[in-house]
Write a protein that binds this ligand. Structure first.
Ligand code: SF4
Ligand code: SF4
Length: 502
């Protein structure tokens, strides 16, 4: 792979600089190996959706609409402290696949156009996990930089992606932000899972030979759950059904993946909030929060989704807006920035963003009022997996641990390299399946080493990814759950039997 970084910060032409993590794999972050008939069909569809880009700046790889901010780029002092924290640098050891190298490519792109294939490759290979933001002692806002850059790649660099990848991305964005479309997959998926074909397909590894993306989609699809309906209004009540005084009126984001594949997580979230004295409002009219689109640089689409959420929850007059999906929460907390340029929405977006809380944050803020019960007879060792968009992007690390610590008999088992992404990262495990798989395997090894009896996390994408990775590692008997499900098992007194039997 050629090096575009010009030796930034000690780059040694693609090798690992001294004192930083050595590469553990020879896998490169190249394009998606996908040329199946299905993907060829998607390629045709994708071509039809290419957008017109605004004019580029003179001699720049970027257009005039929101290029990466030179002031934010200048904050980087090239110290390299972020390199060992970066999962793609851990994998490949290339400077351009580190935060510092990508920031250098952004700087270069401001003055030197057009956008090259190499730039697109290294920006696309970034997980957006924000481990570099946590690691950077200079406070570099890489999150803002990569978000602006991804929009530039969408408008000015798509020609460097394979036709199959362009189509795959388009197909993902025509499906995942639309729960009604996602739901149409459930019946065929259920039939497929019940037929026993799934075990045969996985054993034959035929999908891996045809397309790593299809293999990943097949592998991460969870067993189809029983349908759960969440009423629009859910007054507070105890585990025994007694009416409780209202401590807070909270809106609840149902999520696209969450409501489709993990409806039981939403049901548990409502129950726990109700038992803790919250009136829960879950408007059925709500759509996607826009997180997938925003994180992928599809800014206009993300803004449209954000406007709809702002309309929905402003009308609901809630004290807080509770989210049980880390990726969604991190984007919704940024609504003030996302809609800052829209005078009709800016003030309401800012107001709503200030009310957004991860479900674990609001429960800790309110303080426990419902009694906690043991979830097993003999105690339970639990490994808590930090979702990157909860820990790095939102800084929410202690609330989930504090809540788990309130459950009698729970022992928290620390996971080695807890700050490193599991490889889920929004759509990353679909568009970069090989890299995502390597990160998933590392995470599964570290989780298995905890000897925990249950793994919990606060993001549906991580649940899908970690569950699949554990199965690949021969740890299929180690169950996974959302953090709120375990808390629900304690507050209701139902115990963790169902979770442990997964
Ligand atoms: S992003 Fe931060 S940690 Fe990384 S090289 Fe720049 S200043 Fe150093
Ligand atoms: S967001 Fe994650 S993958 Fe991207 S540069 Fe930062 S640490 Fe590396």
């Amino acid at each position: 792979m050629s090096c575009d970084c010009g030796g930034a910060g000690g780059c040694q032409g693609g090798g690992a600089p001294n004192g930083t993590a050595a590469p553990t794999s020879t896998t490169t972050p190249g394009g998606v190996a996908a040329s199946t008939p299905l993907e060829a069909t998607m390629a045709t569809a994708g071509q039809a959706t290419m957008e017109m880009a605004p004019p580029t700046m003179d001699h720049s790889a970027f257009d005039v609409f929101n290029p990466p901010d030179p002031g934010l780029i200048a904050d980087c002092v090239h110290c390299g402290f972020c390199l060992p924290a970066c999962p793609t640098y851990q994998l490949w050891g290339n400077e351009e696949d580190s935060p510092r190298g990508r920031i250098y490519l952004m700087e270069k792109g401001l003055e030197d156009g057009p956008m090259s294939a190499s730039m697109v490759e290294h920006f696309d290979a970034c997980l957006g996990c924000m481990a570099c933001v946590s690691a950077c002692p200079s406070g570099v806002q890489y999150d803002k930089l990569i978000e602006a850059t991804r929009g530039q790649v969408e408008r000015n660099g798509k020609q460097h992606r394979s036709r199959a990848e362009v189509a795959l991305r388009e197909a993902i964005f025509q499906l995942f932000p639309y729960p009604e479309r996602l739901k149409t997959m459930l019946a065929p998926l259920k039939a497929y899972q019940r037929s026993g074909l799934s075990a045969l397909v996985r054993k034959s590894k035929i999908l891996e030979k045809l397309s790593p993306t299809l293999a990943t989609m097949e592998a991460i699809a969870p067993p189809v759950s029983k349908k759960v309906s969440i009423p629009e209004s859910n007054p507070p009540r105890s585990a025994q059904g007694q009416t409780l005084p209202v401590r807070a009126r909270v809106g609840m984001l149902l999520g696209c993946v969450q409501r489709t594949f993990y409806p039981q997580v939403n049901a548990a979230t409502v129950r726990v909030l109700n038992m803790e004295g919250c009136e829960v409002v879950a408007p059925q009219s709500q759509g996607c929060c826009g997180a997938l689109s925003v994180h992928a640089g599809r800014s206009e689409e993300g803004e449209d989704f954000a406007r709809r959420i702002v309309d929905t929850f402003t009308a609901s007059e809630v004290d807080y807006l509770v989210v049980n999906s880390a990726g969604c929460g991190s984007t919704m907390k940024e609504y003030a920035d996302i809609l800052a340029g829209d005078p009709a929405y800016a003030a309401r977006a800012k107001d709503l963003a200030g009310k957004v809380r991860d479900v674990t944050e609001i429960l800790v803020e309110l303080g426990p009022s419902a009694p906690r019960h043991p979830v097993t007879d003999g105690g339970l060792r639990v490994a808590y997996h930090d979702a990157c968009h909860l820990s790095h992007a939102q800084g929410v690390r202690n609330p989930p641990r504090e809540l788990l610590g309130q459950i009698p008999g729970i022992e928290l088992a620390p996971i080695k390299d807890a700050d490193t992404c599991c490889g889920s990262a929004g759509i990353y495990n679909l568009v970069r399946p090989e890299a995502a798989r390597e990160l998933g395997d590392k995470k599964a090894t570290n989780i298995a080493a905890t000897k925990a009896g249950l793994v919990v996390t606060g993001n549906p994408g991580c649940l899908l990814q970690v569950t699949d990775a554990l199965r690949r590692q021969g740890e299929a008997t180690l169950p996974t759950a959302h953090t709120i499900e375990l808390l629900d098992a304690s507050l209701t007194g139902a115990g963790a039997g169902d979770l442990l039997a997964r």
